[in-house]
Ligand binder design. Structure first.
Ligand code: ADP
Length: 439
C-alpha cells in the first residue's frame, strides 16, 4: 500500500460517498450512506445522569454516566457488559428487545437507583447494525452478519423497545435508537467540538461523519438547525477496483457466508486479520514446506488463528521470539519452530496488519477529502473506537503514520485521531435527551 495506492483508495471512497449521497437506488454506490436525523449535538455543558445501551454483535453494554459540566466532564461512569445469547441471534425482535429491557432492569437494580420525581429515565440505544430512519415507516433495524431476526412486519423498533420496557415494569423510556457509529460521533462531539467523523475498528468496521445538508441531494426530510446531517456510511461494504484484493482475500470471501459482500471489512477488521494470516502461512507451508514436510493440520482450520494471536506474535519483543513459538504451538499445533520460521511468521503478521491499517487510514483521509478538510489549517478530530484499534499497538501506529504520509507535513498536524474510552456509551446516553442540546 504505497502512498499513491492509498490515494487511489481514498479518491475511490470519495466517489462512492458522492454517489451514495445522491441516491438510495441499489447499484449506484457500494456505500449506503444512511442518513441519521439528529437535531442537536452535545455542548459539553451537560449535567446529570444519563443512560445508554450499546448492542454489539456479541455483547450488550448498559451504561450510566454522570456528567458534571464543562470543567469536570464525565464525573462517574458505570458499565455492565453481558453477552448476547446465541439463541436470540436467530429469534424474534420481540425476544431480543425483552432481553435488553431485562438487562436494564438488572443494571438499575444493582445500582439501587430510583427515578427522579417519578419521571421515567430516558435512555439512548445504539446498535452495531444498520438503523434505518424513515419519515413514513419509523425506525427499523437491518439484522445482518450472523443475526437472522424475525421482525414484526411494519412495527417501529423504538415502539417495540418501549413496549418491552413497559412489560418489564421498568420506569425507563427509550428516547432514541441509532447506529453505534452515530453514537460514537455524538460522544466524540461531547468530548471535542471539532469532531467531524467516528470510525469503529473492532470485530467489524464502520464510519460515520457530519455532512453539510446541501451535499446530500437524496435527503428530502426536515432541515436540522445546525445544517448538517449525520451519515452512517456502512463503509464495511466499500468496494473498488483499487482495493488490493489478493488470492487469500478471495478465498476467505468465497468461503464466507456472504461472498462478495463487505469486502472492505474483510480486508481490515479484527474478525478477519487472523484468518488472512493463517491462509498465507498455509500457502507457505504447502509450497515451501515452511513448517516441515507435512502441513500442520490446524493450519487448515478456518479461524484457528485469531487477531489477538496475530497481535501477540507481531509485537513479540523477546530475542528468541518466544511468544511467536507459544502461539504457533497453542493456536496452530506447530511445535519446535526455529527462529527463522518465527521471524517469517512475524513478517506475514506485519504485512497483513500494515495493509489493513493503511486501508483504514486511506478511508479516513477519503472522508476528510470529501469534507474539504484534507488540506486546510482547520483542526479536524476523528474519534476511533473498537478493540482492534484499542488493543493492537502496531495497528494503531501504522494507521496514524499512513494518515501522516498521505496528508504530509503541516496538514496532518491539523488532523487529530482520538480514542476516548466508552465514547459510544456517552454518545448514546446523550442522545436520550435530544432536544436539550443544540450545536
Ligand atoms: P465489536 O466490534 O464486536 O464491538 P470490539 O470492539 O471489542 O468488538 O473488538 C473486538 C475485536 O478486537 C476482535 O475482533 C479482536 O480481533 C480485536 N482485539 C481484541 N483484543 C485484541 C488484541 N489484544 N490485539 C489485537 N486485536 C484485538
Amino acid at each position: 500500500m504505497p502512498v499513491s495506492k492509498m490515494w487511489d483508495v481514498a479518491d475511490a471512497m470519495v466517489a462512492e460517498m458522492r454517489a451514495g449521497l445522491f441516491s438510495n437506488e441499489s447499484g449506484v454506490s457500494s456505500l449506503r450512506m444512511l442518513v441519521s436525523p439528529i437535531d442537536s449535538f452535545p455542548t459539553g455543558n451537560e449535567e446529570g445522569t444519563f443512560y445508554g445501551v450499546e448492542m454489539g454483535r456479541t455483547k450488550v453494554c448498559v451504561f450510566r454516566a454522570q456528567l458534571a459540566g464543562k470543567e469536570l466532564g464525565v464525573a462517574k461512569k458505570e458499565l455492565m457488559e453481558v453477552p448476547v445469547p446465541i439463541n436470540l441471534m436467530v429469534g424474534t425482535s420481540e425476544e431480543l428487545y425483552h432481553y435488553l429491557a431485562a438487562q436494564l432492569v438488572k443494571f438499575i437494580a444493582s445500582s439501587g437507583s430510583t427515578s427522579v420525581l417519578g419521571k421515567p429515565k430516558e435512555v439512548g440505544v445504539a446498535f452495531s447494525f444498520p438503523v434505518i430512519h424513515s419519515a413514513t415507516e419509523g425506525i427499523h433495524v437491518e439484522w445482518n452478519k450472523g443475526f437472522s431476526i424475525k421482525e414484526s412486519a411494519g412495527r417501529d423498533a423504538l415502539t417495540m423497545l418501549n413496549e418491552a420496557m413497559v412489560k418489564h415494569g421498568v420506569d425507563m423510556h427509550i428516547a432514541s435508537l441509532v447506529n453505534n457509529t452515530v453514537g460514537t460521533l455524538v460522544g466524540g462531539r461531547y468530548c471535542s467540538h471539532e469532531t467531524v467523523a467516528a470510525i469503529i475498528l473492532g470485530n467489524g468496521t464502520n464510519a460515520a461523519y457530519l455532512e453539510p445538508l446541501e451535499s446530500v441531494p437524496k435527503w428530502h426530510g426536515s432541515r436540522p438547525p445546525h445544517g448538517q446531517l449525520v451519515i452512517n456510511m456502512e463503509w464495511g461494504d466499500f468496494l473498488s477496483s483499487h482495493l488490493p484484493v489478493t488470492e487469500f482475500d478471495s478465498q476467505l470471501d468465497n468461503e464466507s457466508p456472504r461472498p462478495g459482500e463487505q469486502i472492505f471489512e474483510k480486508l481490515i477488521s479484527g474478525m478477519y486479520l487472523g484468518d488472512i494470516v493463517r491462509r498465507v502461512l498455509l500457502k507457505l507451508a504447502e509450497e515451501t514446506a515452511l513448517f516441515g514436510d507435512s502441513v500442520p493440520l490446524k493450519l487448515r482450520i478456518p479461524f484457528a488463528l485469531r487477531t489477538p494471536d496475530v497481535a501477540s506474535m507481531h509485537q513479540d519483543t523477546s530475542s528468541n521470539l518466544r511468544v511467536v513459538a507459544e502461539k504457533l504451538d497453542k493456536a496452530l499445533g506447530i511445535h519446535d519452530t526455529t527462529r527463522t520460521m518465527r521471524k517469517l511468521v512475524v513478517e506475514v503478521c506485519d504485512a497483513v496488519t500494515k495493509r489493513a491499517a493503511r486501508l483504514a487510514g486511506a478511508g479516513i483521509v477519503g472522508i476528510l477529502k470529501k469534507l474539504g478538510r484534507d488540506g486546510t489549517d482547520k483542526k479536524a478530530v476523528v474519534v476511533v473506537e473498537g478493540g482492534l484499534y484499542e488493543h493492537y499497538r502496531l495497528f494503531r501506529t501504522y494507521l496514524h503514520s499512513s494518515i501522516k504520509e498521505m496528508l504530509q507535513g503541516k496538514f496532518s498536524d491539523n488532523v487529530v485521531i482520538e480514542h476516548w474510552p466508552d465514547v459510544c456509551g456517552v454518545g448514546s446516553a446523550l442522545l436520550s435527551v435530544p432536544s436539550s442540546h443544540v450545536c
